[in-house]
Design a protein around this ligand. Structure first.
Ligand code: PMP
Ligand code: GLN
Length: 382
């Protein structure tokens, strides 16, 4: 077999979770909660199964879920998306992003990504025959550098992919950032792919600025969300894409021959659960407490804290540690940390195409307090 992806390895999240399991380490690497979801959500899914809602749903997703998502976007971000023509249920954000890229990127098109970026973006663009154009976020702050973004745009630019709140840095785009992007894109026909899977994990005084808030962005945007993050069910792999009708029509052409549709009972369960906005409205306070607990613990160690405005990730600089292993590459340091100290983390270099190594690693704090405290106890030894 001639490999179509000779340079594509195994995703870092799989590698680090396997090592964490093998070494019996506290897994603060791959992003997922170690606590259960709301039992009410499980009951609602069970109800749907028992009611016999177990056959193929419509290709676009069940109507009550598309309606619930439309209502949420309108309430929070002030824009109406027609559930029939502008919202599609996907098998998580991962499938959503690949499907968007397959639907819009022609061979040879350029797609701008802002590095560090989530590890599926670049392989997705390459599989679609597109050309990846990497623009670095500002080192240290991870804020967008609009001069560099402007300079990266050419007549061949088909799309730009942004992600706020940002994995891995936790940085959030401000209203002004979004307005500047809107102004830059205004004279172009560049498509915006806005990965907003952490939309409900934003800590005061910050707020989430969805592409849906801005007329000029929403008109050209695919907005990607994920229920896995918001409702503590990453294994369910359900998300949505909201986009103008003409964009959604192109998206659905590919979606129908990609997964066709997404499992029925969980869609109904989620739709019923969404009738109460409390779970997502309470999420920032829930995670802010964990973030503060984790940051306060890390402040007692030699790890240097980077800012954390959103997401359930916290990045730290390892260069002030006393141990000689701080001189290893980030990737080797994370393996050592998992194996010898018993705490798994993700090297930031995994989010860069050239493996850029800035001595920064990422922890996930979506964990029970006891898990975080155990990890902190181990990290305090360094
Ligand atoms: N985008 C980002 C930025 C993510 O962090 C994740 C979750 N790992 C995804 C997309 C994929 O989300 P899902 O699990 O819904 O496929
Ligand atoms: N999004 C999660 C993270 O960044 C992992 C998802 C995955 O394992 N593919 O940790």
């Amino acid at each position: 077999l001639v490999s179509k992806a000779p340079n594509m390895g195994t995703t870092i999240f799989t590698v680090m979770s396997a090592l964490a399991t093998e070494k019996n380490a506290v897994n603060l690497g791959q992003g997922f909660p170690d606590f259960p979801c709301d039992p009410k959500l499980l009951e609602l899914v069970n109800d749907a199964m028992r009611e016999g809602l177990n056959q193929y749903p419509p290709m676009t997703g069940v109507a009550p879920l598309r309606e619930a998502v439309s209502k949420k976007i309108e309430t929070l971000y002030g824009r109406h998306y027609d559930p029939a023509t502008e919202i599609t249920v996907t098998a998580g954000a991962t499938q959503a992003i690949l499907t968007i890229i397959l639907a819009i990127v022609h061979a040879g098109d350029e797609v701008i990504v802002l590095e560090p970026c989530y590890d599926s973006y670049v392989p997705n663009i390459e599989l679609a025959g597109g050309k990846v154009v990497r623009v670095p976020l500002t080192p240290g702050t991870f804020r967008p550098d609009f001069d560099k973004i402007r300079a990266a745009i050419t007549p061949k630019t088909r799309a730009i992919l942004i992600n706020s709140p940002h994995n891995p840095s936790g940085m959030i785009w401000s209203q002004q950032d979004m307005l500047t992007l809107q102004e830059i894109l205004a004279p172009t026909d560049i498509v915006l792919i806005s990965d907003e899977v952490y939309e409900h994990m934003v800590y005061a005084p910050n707020q989430h600025w969805s592409a849906a808030h801005f007329d000029g962005l929403a008109a050209r945007a695919f907005i990607v969300s994920s229920f896995g993050k918001t409702y503590h069910v990453t294994g369910w792999k359900i998300g949505t894409v909201a986009a103008p009708a003409a964009y959604t029509a192109e998206f659905r052409k590919v979606h129908q021959f990609n997964v066709f549709t997404v499992n029925t009972p969980m869609q109904h369960g989620l739709a019923r659960y969404m009738a109460d906005p409390a779970p997502y409205l309470e999420l920032p306070a829930f995670y802010q407490r964990k973030r503060d607990l984790f940051r306060q613990g890390l402040a007692q160690t030699q790890f240097k804290l980077l800012p954390g405005e959103g997401t359930y990730f916290q990045c730290v600089d390892i260069s002030a540690l006393k141990v000689p292993e701080k001189n290893l590459s980030e990737a080797d340091f994370c393996k050592w940390l998992t194996t010898d100290i018993g705490v798994a983390a993700i090297p930031l270099s995994a989010f860069y195409g050239n493996g850029f190594d800035q001595k920064v690693i990422r922890f996930c704090f979506a964990k029970k307090d006891e898990t975080l405290n155990l990890a902190l106890e181990r990290l305090a030894r360094l």
